[in-house]
Design a protein around this ligand. Structure first.
Ligand code: GDP
Ligand code: ZN
Length: 372
């Protein structure tokens, strides 16, 4: 085997050493291991022989490749439609396949893989391993709630993100919309807002007052759809919005995301949760994102409920770019690098006094700049 190794060209040899180094590294942290070699039971899995030297591993990998000429396997491509901790489901033209995530990708895990990703899968014997992911057209990401240094991509390659809120149970909190709106525009997708459970607001005055909270978002250019899965108000409008696109429903748990998906396509039969179980606490109905094909190029992604939404590595100077309602005024600020906070001659602050920019949205702007 050693002479076979010596006979390889340097590129092949380097690849083997790289794979071996990865394998050895994962031995030290078995909880993060995704074994590429578990194809056959006799294959040298890291856990069985933890003391292997790098050289030994290289020789064993080589042996395996020689014994199993197809070890390099065939490549196939598809869309990630479901993602777990170490495995995912990829939709190919030949159907769905369950895949492992390659050691290399698993080290970064969900940072580098998200529902909606276009993945390259290596199929070798009974093993299917996601090798790489194509560059994303769009992304919606936030910092990991437990470790702000890790980026969590919620969904990839979506055309439209529908921020779903409800007027009651849970009550309407526009601040969460603001953060989503910034993250959506930053990630390159379009944003829209679904205001659900309109049936719970019977009193016209109350209805008007609640819906007025969304005026600033319409002014900022977001489509706002008022809907109810009970009366089915607004469902045709949602259908129109999502036709032929890949869209993701995001928002607080309990606002009715799964119910909306069911209303659009009853055969999905997604589990929804009784209001009596409370909202904002306890178990979440949806624990992982899933992508559903509705035909005619329409694809929907249901995401788990999200309570708070941080912004991934946002620079203070960047925040204003994602407030579209500032655009018509920014050029009139006296200073080209105006932060719109304390400078004299700021056109944004003037627009607020003239009622042309919402003070509530400006307030969010200030908060986000402070956080950045
Ligand atoms: P998700 O967590 O956002 O997916 O929310 P679910 O779809 O599980 O819905 C949460 C609860 O709200 C369930 O009890 C639904 O029956 C209820 N619900 C959903 N849509 C509506 C609606 O339009 N009106 C009312 N009154 N209740 C709704
Ligand atoms: Zn300014």
């Amino acid at each position: 085997m050693a002479s076979r190794l010596a006979g390889l060209d340097s590129n092949e040899r380097n690849k083997l050493y790289k794979r071996a180094a990865l394998l050895r590294k994962s031995t030290r942290r078995p909880e993060r291991t995704t074994l590429v070699l578990e194809d056959d039971d006799d294959a040298p899995t890291v856990r069985r022989r933890p003391a292997a030297s790098l050289q030994d591993l290289v020789l064993r990998l080589l042996e395996q490749e020689l014994l199993e000429p197809q070890a390099s396997g065939d490549l196939t491509e598809g869309t990630v439609v479901w993602l777990g901790r170490r495995a995912c489901r990829v939709r190919t033209t030949d159907g769905d396949i369950e895949c492992e995530i390659s050691g290399e990708l698993a080290r970064e895990q969900q940072t580098c893989l998200a529902v909606g990703d276009e993945a390259v899968v290596r199929v070798s014997g009974g093993t299917r391993v996601v090798q790489t992911v194509h560059p994303r057209r769009t992304r919606l990401s936030r910092p990991d709630p437990d470790n702000a240094h890790i980026e969590r991509v919620l969904v990839a390659n979506v055309d439209l993100v529908l921020v779903t809120v409800s007027v009651k149970t849970p009550p309407l909190h526009p601040r969460l919309i603001d953060r989503f709106a910034v993250a959506i525009l930053r990630g390159g997708a379009d944003g829209a807002i679904c205001v659900n459970k309109l049936d719970l607001l019977e009193d016209p005055a109350e209805r008007e007052a609640e819906l007025a909270k969304l005026g600033p978002y319409r002014d900022a250019g977001f489509t706002v759809v008022e809907c109810s899965t009970v009366t089915r108000q607004g469902m045709d409008r949602v259908r129109e919005l999502i036709a032929g696109k890949t869209s993701a429903f995001v928002g607080h748990s309990g606002v009715g995301k799964s119910s909306i998906l069911n209303a659009l396509r009853p055969e999905l039969g997604l589990e929804t949760r009784a209001v009596s179980e409370g909202y904002g606490r306890g178990r979440h109905t949806t624990t992982a994102s899933s992508l559903y094909d509705l035909g005619d190029g329409t694809r929907l992604i249901d995401t788990p409920g999200i309570r708070s939404f941080g912004l991934w590595r946002m620079e203070a100077a960047e925040v204003a770019w994602y407030f579209p309602e500032f655009d018509p005024f920014i050029a009139d600020c006296r200073f080209r690098d105006c932060t719109h906070i304390h400078e004299p001659g700021c056109a944004i602050k003037l627009a607020i006094t003239q009622g042309r920019v919402s003070p509530q949205r400006y307030d969010t702007y200030l908060r986000l700049v402070n956080e950045a």
